[in-house]
Design a protein around this ligand. Sequence first.
Ligand code: NAG
Ligand code: NAG
Length: 358
Amino acid sequence: MRVAWLLALPAVLSVTSAAVLDRRNADFYSVRTKMHQDLSGRLGDPKEKYFRIRLTLGTDESVFHPHYDGRFASEQLAYLERKQALSNLIQTYLATFADIGVETWLMHGTLLGWWWNRKVLPWDSDSDVQVSEESMKYLASFYNMTIFHYKTPRIPEGRDYMLEINPHYINREQTDNLNVIDARWIDTASGLFIDITTARYNYTHPAGKGILSCKDGHEYRDTYVFPLRDTFFEGVPAKIPYAYKEILEAEYQSKALVQTEFEGHKFDQEKSEWIPVLKKTKPYVPLQVARPGLAPINQQSATGASETLDTKPSTQQTSKSAEAVAIDATTVTKNEQMEQTIKALQQRNVQRSQTGES
Ligand SMILES: *[C@@H]1O[C@H](CO)[C@@H](O)[C@H](O)[C@H]1NC(C)=O
Ligand SMILES: *[C@@H]1O[C@H](CO)[C@@H](O)[C@H](O)[C@H]1NC(C)=O
C-alpha cells in the first residue's frame, strides 16, 4: 500500500529510501490510521460533498477542526507541533510534485507566508496550492490515493502522506460549491492537509481570453500567474505566480504586505520570523513572608551564624520576622492607596468624558 519515495533534496531532506513508484489505489479503511467514532449517520454532510467529514458529525471535515482530516486524527496539534507539521507537509508536497513532474504554485495564505519570510504563517492551519487543469487530470489518472512514505532528518521514524483526488474534479464549472477543492495532500499522522485547487481557463469569461477561474470563484489573468517564478519555500524549491505582489494585494489588500502585527503575532525583522505576542500579565510582586526559624540574611551576616532551618525560632529571629510582616503591611497599604488613587482618576475621567471635558 505504500510507496517509498525518493527525495532529491540532499540539502534539506536526506534520502533514506528509494523505490520504484508503484501506483496503488489504497482503499479508505486501509489508510485510516486512527479510529474515530463514526457518527456520520446523525448529522452528516451532504453525500455530494467529497471532502466532507466521513467519520464524524458536524458540517466539516472533522469534529474538532475543519483543517484536520477526521480519518487520521482526533485532536488538534499544539502551536509548535502544528508549525512543524505544516512545514513538513509543504516540503514533502513540493518535493513530490517536483519529482513526478507536476507544476504547482503557492497561493492565498501560503503565498502571503512566502512574501514575509518564505515560510508558512504560524497562525495558519492549512496551506493552499494550485495546479493547471492538465495537471489535475494527470494526478487523477495516475496518483489518486497514492501514499508517499517520507523519512527525513526531522521525521526519522518516517511518515505517510496521501494524495487524494476529488472525483468531481472533472466538473470544470462553478456549479458545485460543495466540491471546490479538487485534491488534497494529507499528513496521515496529524490529519493536517494541503488544499489543491485547479486554475482552469475560462472560455466564456466576459473579459475575453486568458482568464483563469477557480471553482472557489477566484479569477486571474494568466499573465499574472505565468510564467511562474522559481523560489524557495520552507527551504525547498517552490514556484509562485509571476505577479505575486499584485495577486496578494488583490486578495489581502496592500496593508497585509507591510503590517507587522497580525493574528496575535509580531514580525521580527531581524529574525525574519512571526513571533507570538504574549498576553500582558500583572508584574510579579514578591510577597515577603516571615519564615519562622530562618534568620534574615542581614541578621546572619551580623552574627556570623550559618543559615539553618531551626524549627525553634530565637527571640531575635522572631522580632526580625515581625519586622518583615510590618514591611509587608506597609506594602499592602501602599498598594491600597495606589489602587484608590487609580480608581479616583478613572472616575474623574468617566465624569470628564460624560461632561464633554477633555
Ligand atoms: C480516488 O479514490 C477514492 C477512493 O478509492 C475514490 O473515492 C475517488 O473517487 C477517486 N478519485 C478519482 C478522481 O477517481
Ligand atoms: C467564467 O467566468 C464567469 C464570470 O466570472 C463565471 O460565471 C463562470 O463560472 C466562469 N466559468 C468557469 C468555467 O469557471
